[in-house]
Design a protein around this ligand. Structure first.
Ligand code: ADP
Length: 634
């Protein structure tokens, strides 16, 4: 029979899995059992929604058996089974969504612990087997098919025999070699151990023949006259796993470490989550939930590829693998399981969005997540900051989504870099405010270090006030949604009135404006429509010039709109304002030049504008002409 080739991607993944110096080969059993369990989940769902099938929940089982002579391990299930077409599709290529990440980790030389946390799926069988045979009959079909492969070379599919629907995966275990022992997996005691370690919470009975020994009376009497006892071993077919899903167990029965282990296996993370949230709600709606807040964002988290959602169960029956309608979008990084007898088994995706029960559960869980994040922030700031590095952006986007309808839920979870060092929340900032201070000062820049060096920082820092350094592109939008925090208005130190002057200082400044009116008008005329206004600065101390904006569009927003695909945002331009420091020598030079040499004065204005643009991080319209102008001085 002609061998079919695996898809190229699959081949590469198989190669990596098989050839990695992988010390946790034992996870193959967990992967094969988990596939069997998934197939039974699907079958069970079908059976419940269609009682005419006459299949009872109690009929389902997974059997693990060993044949030492033939060196085979067989995992059988009576789940959905597969047609030959389905075998072709499912076993001929990788279905695993995170395979990209996995490959990356392997190529980076990840250690075996890291690899062990990835679901490498069906192919992991080839870590211990030199041949894998899958015999399967789809439910409803009367024909069985056999898929067989000896590894990367390819596979064959042929017709076969099978009495009932379901799947047998037969793994032919490799011979021991070069210090690699595979024979250990043919030991039922070892297999049993693996099932308990890795598959204990599988909801279907995993059965195995196990040898049980006991001292038994022989019915005879020994020489000493006492009843004679003998140690008898018998083979019994037994359920090996505990079967109760971890989230249904009482809190006191499950340790935090067990929950974390469950998380890593179930959600393919190789790091512990920062939090485990367990909810056992009783009342109008009863449900159990086990939620996890991951430490790091998956590689595709901020892309469209990321699939959020919680696993939905109805009394232990899986109804949906990823239901994205339980939690609000901004908490989409949360992983976990929700199980309620009040969830309908027949629920469809369309109905879900408006499902009353689901809405109530979701809103309750959101509150718990928020409370947990606040607890972390308060009690374990280092852990929170790790979490925040990964998902802070998501929370910020959540604030501006839907015109800020969720701002009150999220505003206390946000953190910003402070001019005083470290990260602070709005509450921290307001708590640190000086008595004389009335505004929450912030500056927007592309990085914290750039922000610190901006000319407009000086006058605020001189007062001893703290400044929030906003470096994410979403930040300005966020401030425009919030407007104030605990009654304190936000103040962009680049564009708004700082409110730092006394009445006297204000008067003085106004007099200055009047005094320099002619100079300002001259500069405005030279710059034309490039600027909306030229004015005497009230925020500059040592620096000569500052480019800022007036109106609602800031430079950061302008940049954001410009980069929008399609270029529709190109017209969104910030209105520029050039601020001049009247106490600076260049300002005096300008004044003199206006009197003596108007051409020179015009050049000074252009250089002032150019330098101010550079400091503000705004690209020059014509960098060549500008350079020529500056260098013509020499
Ligand atoms: P994953 O389980 O992550 O989807 P696998 O490589 O483990 O990836 O399995 C690929 C696919 O093969 C599964 O999604 C499923 O459709 C099918 N499959 C594997 N084992 C079984 C089984 N025992 N019964 C039915 N289908 C199975």
């Amino acid at each position: 029979m002609a061998k079919k080739q695996f898809k190229a991607e699959t081949k590469r993944l198989m190669e990596l899995v098989i050839n990695s110096i992988y010390t946790h080969k034992e996870i193959f059993l967990r992967e094969i059992i988990s596939n069997a369990s998934d197939a039974i989940d699907k079958m069970n769902h079908r059976a419940i929604t269609d009682p005419t099938l006459g299949i009872s929940r109690d009929d389902f089982r997974i059997d693990v058996s060993v044949d030492k002579e033939a060196r085979t391990i067989t995992v059988s299930d009576n789940g959905t089974g597969m047609t030959s077409k389905e075998m072709e599709k499912n076993l001929g290529m990788i279905a695993y969504s995170d395979s990209f990440e996995f490959k990356k980790k392997l190529e980076e030389g990840a250690d075996s612990d890291v690899i062990g946390q990835f679901g490498v799926g069906f192919y992991s069988a080839f870590m211990v087997a030199d041949k894998v045979t899958v015999v399967s009959r789809a439910h409803g079909g009367d024909e069985a098919s056999v898929w067989e492969s000896e590894g990367i070379d390819g596979y064959t599919i042929r017709k076969g025999e099978k009495d009932s629907f379901g799947t047998d995966v037969i793994m032919h275990i490799k011979e021991d070699s070069d210090g690699e022992s595979y024979s250990e997996f043919l030991d039922p005691v070892r297999l049993r151990e693996l099932i308990v370690t890795y598959s204990n919470y599988i909801r279907w009975p995993i059965r195995m023949d196990v040898e049980a020994g006991a001292w038994e009376d022989t019915g005879e009497k020994g020489e000493d006259g006492e009843p004679k006892r003998e140690y008898i071993t018998r083979t019994e077919n037994k359920v090996i796993n505990s079967m109760v899903p971890i989230w249904q167990k009482d809190k006191s029965e499950v340790s935090d470490d067990e929950c974390k282990e469950f998380y890593k296996q179930q959600f393919y993370d190789f790091e512990d989550p920062v939090s485990v949230i367990r909810v056992d709600a009783e009342g109008r709606i009863s449900y159990k939930a086990m939620l996890f807040i991951p430490k790091r964002a998956p590689h595709d988290f901020y892309t469209r590829d990321f699939q959020p959602g919680l696993q939905l169960y109805s009394s232990g029956v899986l109804i949906m693998e990823r239901c994205a309608d339980v939690l609000p979008y901004y908490f989409r990084f949360v992983r976990g399981v929700v199980d309620s007898p009040d969830f309908s088994l027949n629920i469809s995706r369309e109905v879900l969005q408006n499902d009353r029960v689901l809405k109530a559960v979701g809103s309750n869980l959101s509150k718990k997540i928020k409370a947990e994040l606040e607890r972390l922030k308060e009690n374990e700031p280092d852990v929170y900051s790790e979490f925040y590095n990964s998902f802070g952006q998501q929370l910020k986007y959540g604030m501006v989504d839907n015109f800020g309808s969720d701002k009150d839920m999220l505003k206390d979870l946000l953190m910003f870099e402070s001019s005083k060092g470290g990260m602070v929340s709005f509450a921290d900032y307001v708590g640190n405010m000086q008595e004389s201070q009335e505004k929450i000062y912030y500056v927007v820049s592309s990085s914290a270090s750039k922000a610190r060096n901006l000319p407009q920082m000086e006058s605020v820092l001189d007062k001893g006030y703290e400044v929030l350094l906003m470096t994410d592109e979403v930040d300005p939008f966020l401030v425009s949604i919030l407007r104030e925090y605990e009654g304190k208005p936000f103040c962009n130190i680049s564009t708004e009135d700082l409110g730092l002057e006394s009445e006297e200082e204000r008067k003085e400044a106004e007099e200055k404006d009047e005094e320099h009116k002619g100079t300002l008008e001259f500069a405005k005329e030279i710059l034309g429509d490039d600027v909306a206004e030229v004015r005497i600065s009230r925020r500059l101390k040592n620096h000569a010039v500052l480019l800022t904006t007036t109106g609602s569009i800031t430079f950061e927003m302008e940049k954001y709109f410009k980069e929008m695909p399609g270029g529709q945002g190109g017209n969104m331009k910030a209105s520029r304002v050039l601020e001049l420091n009247a106490d600076h020598s260049v300002f005096r030079a300008l004044k003199d030049a206006i009197e003596s040499d108007k051409d020179k004065a015009a050049d000074i204005v252009r250089i002032m504008y150019g330098q101010a643009s550079i400091m503000a991080g705004i690209p020059l319209d014509d960098p060549v002409a500008y350079s020529d102008l500056v260098l013509s001085i020499f």
